[in-house]
Design a protein. Sequence first.
Length: 432
Amino acid sequence: MQNFKFTKCLRDLFNLNRSLTGKGTLLTIKYFSKLNPELKILKFKSGKKVFDWKIPQEWIIKDAYIKHIKSNKKFAEFKKNNLHLVGYSKSQKKIIDLKDLKKKIHVLDKIPNAIPYVTSYYKKNWGFCMSKNMLNRLPKGKYLANIQSEFKNGHMNGAHALLKGKVKKEILFSSYICHPSMANNELSGPILLNSILDFLKKNFKKTYYSYRFVLMPETIGSIAYISKYHRILKKNTIAAFNLTCVGDGRSYSLIESRNGNTISDSALKCQIIKKNKFKIYSFLQRGSDERQYCSPGVDIPMATFCRSKFGEYKEYHTSLDNLDLVKEKYLNESLEIFKNIISCFEMGIYPMPTFKCEPMMSKRNLYPSISKAENYSQNIKDRMNFIAYCDGRNIFEISLKTGIKLERLIEEYKILSEAKVLKRKFEKKKNL
């Protein structure tokens, strides 16, 4: 079985100019729909009201640069790096002095060699971005500020897929497709989402739960998707995971759901607390699509998974968030976390005992028949502790309570269910 081609996806998609709308975003969606044909393209018409928001016009950008009149030399060329242009800039063609031009150029004082990522989605504006080092080297004189862009009524695109299981209850995976030329903050999330979809198709003929995958532009996209599907989502979703900034190797991070005590929170928490470096953030430190899915009245139990959290690593929203930052190894590590989580869901996340009191394990060759201290290994202790907490808690909560790694519990669950010591339950037993 072939592994998912993380590196190829990164290289193929990195240079596309993704935004809330436009060609780059649509090409990205079409690329993923070729990998996973289950992903169906969605359209939301410009001007359509979605709750308190309106779908914006399509932004079409052909070229942009500033040109020094005397030397004819170009700077901040959009075609060389699409971060050079403020996203959603309006058309512009004017001669301007360097002093006035600098007012329309964005730089990062703290990282002088990086181009910042800047947008103006909902108010017509224009501007350029460059490194502070480049700004300091601009020659004096007059410049042509040239932006060839236009706005038209069209569509905002996204995509979704639903892998139907035996029941309608769903596990939701979400990421966004609206950032240009940033590897970790943008591409790593959608690529991980597609690898999870690929894993499910290749490893399960028929799942018990249904699995929903959503790719939309951030904020307005998730709001639009929720406006159309919120009744289905609210009725069926039992766990939800937002995937963003998942491709660097420095840490593991969880941003909790609004309530902080959902299955999604427990599933991610029990995975990352065993890592060498991890951080857990409350919902008060939110910043991605969890803001919309967890909002009052929507109440989807969504937790967000990152490696280094957005806004917490130095390359965030800059040209330094490039292909050198994201590695296939780190994306595979992120995928392994969700392979374990999915395996638990598909085994039945509520293991229940088949006996009152402890079962006789030695007659099943699952416990030492000779009682001496050296026979009681950590594995035996873990086995008995696992059984002791099969009281209606889900397997993720058991992992957190006992300190046993989820991978180990999965192994034990298989052994103990085959030995008929535990039975598999997919729904929480009431009135224990």
